[in-house]
Design a protein around this ligand. Structure first.
Ligand code: BG6
Length: 490
């Protein structure tokens, strides 16, 4: 591991939602744990005219809300504030950049991280300005926030523009799901446990489910979301990242390229979904009004900022297949939806039944195992195994029993860092394994574009579902037709 050196973290879009809700609070947490290298500075850039003190005030207000109360304290706040400086900078205006260049020149040998927390369409122009104003150094890094483009073509164009000024080893494409504890645990579970390593294929696994259920709706981001939709907002990135980590072949080591090579190979093996296949394998939905036991919830088209009768999807379910030896014939059921009944992100791996069953034939259906990786809200891993029902009176009756590893209970007292906290630290250290490589993102787009291109056809249907439910009932169909059902563990 490289030793972190004093770093200038330069945030473009420092007044945006992401910066105030995630980045500054994560920097606070790093500060609290003494993980920000000595001498590091945080340079916050945004268009608004604002005094440093006013920016700090705003940052503090957000920290009070977004930092865990038991970790919030004046000492850390003061140390963090001392590092922060605000510069008014319209990132499209060349005349504003000398201010930034001057601030950076004060400490010419600091490592630099340019964090683009802005819309991706500006990444090219910002990179160009940084180059013109000689802010780019040999070992500086640039962080690109998602969504990177709208489709493969726009994503390739953005990657190309940024690549004019930064090489791939300097580029950190964020997918915050890769910073989540359980996602990394997936690597440990798969590759440090022979019991799973040898069973991880079509010979033992019947099917896999990946669910990302959110109970929140659009949260004031209607105009962004309406252009993107759930496929671009959640499936192209977070869901496909989870899928590739679950299904990829073992990497040779933990280096960024070993892991990313395997992910790319897997993404290329995702079977394209043709228009003909869509009827049976893809379901899109949009939430209508509903309730969540506590309150009435508006439909998507009545959310704050909504315009007109939008046909944008807020829910997608897909039955995916992978064309390789390991996964031949194993369906991967994927779904991601907003305003669902509960927040739950979960990967469920279903193992095949015993080929020969010696117990009560009526219990035949129980003879399998299920591995559940729970990402949120509670992180943990559980394995459902069959045991004998206790007692001496019966013949041997089997019953499902759960071997449960709840991280909160097991590792009590050890705090799980937030995804952005971990990712920021890895960027400072220069480790790229939790970031998405250029070819990876482009192959993910190819698979999604292929599905979305059929959505303009008259045959495409957007199914309404009540807010607070588990999504459109039609999504049951794509799994039921294989004789299965979606599972969700509490
Ligand atoms: C973001 C999406 O990337 O992830 C949001 O843009 C979504 O729409 C969020 O709500 C979900 O993240 P998490 O960590 O809460 O699952």
């Amino acid at each position: 591991m490289k030793t972190p050196t004093a770093t200038d973290i330069i945030i473009f879009g420092a007044l945006g939602d992401l910066s105030l809700r995630k980045l500054i609070p994560s920097l606070y947490d790093l500060e609290k744990d003494n993980l920000l290298p000595e001498g590091s500075r945080i340079i916050c850039l945004a268009r608004q005219r604002m005094k440093n003190a006013d920016y700090l005030n705003k940052a503090h207000q957000n920290l009070e809300v977004h930092v865990e109360p038991e970790r919030f304290e004046a000492q850390t706040l003061n140390r963090l504030s001392d590092r922060i400086s605000y510069i008014e900078l319209d990132f499209l205006n060349a005349e504003h950049y000398p201010k930034l260049a001057k601030a950076l020149e004060d400490k010419p040998h600091q490592q630099r991280i340019f964090y683009y927390a802005t819309a991706a369409e500006f990444f090219g122009s910002i990179s160009e300005q940084l180059n013109t104003h000689q802010c780019i150094t040999k070992d500086c890094r640039v962080v690109l926030e998602k969504p990177l483009g709208f489709d493969r073509e726009s994503s390739t164009a953005i990657n190309f523009q940024v690549a004019q000024h930064f090489n791939e080893a300097q580029i950190y494409r964020i997918d915050h799901y890769l910073g989540k504890e359980t996602v990394q645990n997936l690597l440990a579970l798969r590759f440090a446990n022979p019991i799973f390593g040898t069973q991880w294929s079509e010979s033992s696994i019947s099917h896999v489910e990946i669910t990302i259920a959110e109970c929140v709706g659009i949260e004031g981001r209607w105009s962004y979301f309406d252009k993107a939709g759930q496929m671009r907002d959640m499936v192209q990135n977070h869901l496909l990242q989870l899928l590739s980590l679950v299904a990829m072949d073992p990497p040779d080591d933990l280096s960024a390229d070993s892991i990313r090579d395997q992910k790319v190979k897997l993404l290329k093996q995702l079977k394209p979904i043709t228009q003909e296949m869509q009827k049976h394998t893809v379901v899109c939905g949009q939430y209508a009004s509903g309730n969540n036991d506590v309150e009435l919830l508006p439909g998507y088209n009545n959310e704050e900022g909504a315009e007109g009768n939008s046909q944008t999807e807020t829910y997608v379910a897909i039955r995916a297949e992978i064309s390789n030896w390991r996964w031949a014939g194993v369906p991967f059921y994927l779904r991601a939806g907003k305003r669902l009944a509960r927040k739950k992100t979960q990967i469920t791996v279903h193992f095949k039944q015993q080929p020969h069953f010696i117990f009560d034939p009526e219990q035949r259906h129980l003879a399998s195992n299920k591995l559940v990786l729970s990402l949120q809200p509670n992180e943990g891993v559980s394995l459902q195994v069959q045991t004998k029902s206790p007692g001496i009176n019966n013949d041997i009756q089997i019953q499902p029993t759960v071997l449960d590893l709840n991280f909160n209970k097991e590792f009590k007292g050890i705090r799980t860092p937030h995804a952005y906290e971990r990712l920021l630290l890895e960027i400072i250290k220069g480790n790229q394994y939790l970031f998405v490589r250029r070819d990876e993102i482009e192959h993910a787009w190819t698979w999604c574009d292929n599905i979305m291109q059929h959505w303009q056809s008259p045959e495409h249907v957007l199914h309404k579902y009540p807010a607070g439910s588990w999504g459109p009932s039609e999504a049951e169909f794509i799994i039921r037709k294989d004789g299965r059902q979606w599972s969700l563990e509490d």
